[in-house]
Design a protein around this ligand. Structure first.
Ligand code: SF4
Length: 216
C-alpha cells in the first residue's frame, strides 16, 4: 500500500530551533520532496533523492533516539500518504509530535493530537498564490502559524492577515525573520510598534550550528 512506505531524507536528533518548543531536544524525521520553491528555502537539499523506507522502520528509528519530542518535516511531509499514519503512530507511542507544513498541503487528515506548525507564505516567498486558505480554519489552539518575513512588505502582509483572520485568537502566531536577510531587531520593533499579539522568533539552530544544514 502507498501508505506503507515513505521517502526519507534524514532522521536525526538535535535541538528544536523554532516554535514554542524551541530549545528542546527533538528527533527530526525529514521527508524528501516539496511542491513549492520558496525563494528563501533553507532545505533545498531535501528536494530530491532520499531513501524509500518502510513506515515501520521510520517509526522505529524515530523512537530509537528516545527524545520526548518528534518533528516530521521536509520538504513537505504531507505530500506523502504514509505521513498521516506515521504521525498517529508517533502519538500512540507517547511522543509529543510536531509537523511542519507549508500551508499548501491539506492538513485535514492530520491526527488532532499533532501540533501543526503551518507556514503563512508571505509575498517574499514567491509562493503566496499556493496557500490553501481553508487550512487556516483547521488550526487549533495547540497549533502554530508561522510567517517567515523577508522585508517590510512581508511584515505588513502578515500583520494584516493576523488582524483580519484574528489568527492569534485561534493559535500561537510566530513571526520569523529570514535568516541573514532581515535584522531580527527590526522585526521586533515593527511588532512592538503595532502591538501585534505574535511571538518573534529566530532560528536557534542557525546560531548553535552556523553553516550546518542540519543541527547535529
Ligand atoms: S515549503 Fe518549505 S521545503 Fe518547500 S520550498 Fe518552501 S520552505 Fe522549502
Amino acid at each position: 500500500m502507498k501508505e506503507d512506505t515513505l521517502v526519507i531524507h534524514e532522521i536525526y536528533a538535535s535541538i528544536q530551533g523554532e516554535s514554542t518548543f524551541a530549545g528542546l531536544p527533538c528527533t527530526f524525521v525529514r521527508t524528501t520532496g516539496c511542491n513549492l520553491r520558496c525563494s528563501w528555502c533553507d532545505t533545498t537539499q531535501a528536494f530530491y533523492g532520499g531513501t524509500r523506507m518502510a513506515r515501520a522502520e521510520v517509526l522505529a528509528r524515530a523512537l530509537a533516539t528516545e527524545t520526548p519530542l518528534v518533528e516530521l518535516t521536509g520538504g513537505e511531509p504531507l505530500l506523502q500518504p504514509g505521513s498521516f499514519p506515521l504521525l498517529a503512530e508517533l502519538c500512540d507511542a507517547g511522543r509529543t509530535v510536531l509537523v511542519e507544513t507549508s500551508g499548501e498541503a491539506d492538513v485535514s487528515r492530520v491526527d488532532p493530537r499533532v501540533h501543526k506548525i503551518m507556514d503563512l507564505k508571505a509575498p517574499g516567498s514567491g509562493e503566496t498564490h499556493r496557500m490553501e486558505w481553508r487550512n487556516l480554519d483547521l488550526l487549533k489552539p495547540t497549533d502554530e502559524a508561522k510567517a517567515v518575513i523577508l522585508d517590510r512588505r512581508d511584515y505588513e502582509w502578515a500583520r494584516d492577515l493576523v488582524r483580519q483572520r484574528a489568527l492569534a485568537e485561534r493559535c500561537t502566531v510566530l513571526f520569523s525573520p529570514v535568516h541573514g536577510q532581515l535584522d531580527p531587531g527590526q522585526l521586533a520593533r515593527w511588532v512592538l510598534d503595532d502591538g501585534l499579539p505574535v511571538r518573534v522568533q529566530v532560528q536557534m539552530h542557525k546560531y548553535l550550528w552556523p553553516g550546518v544544514e542540519r543541527g547535529v
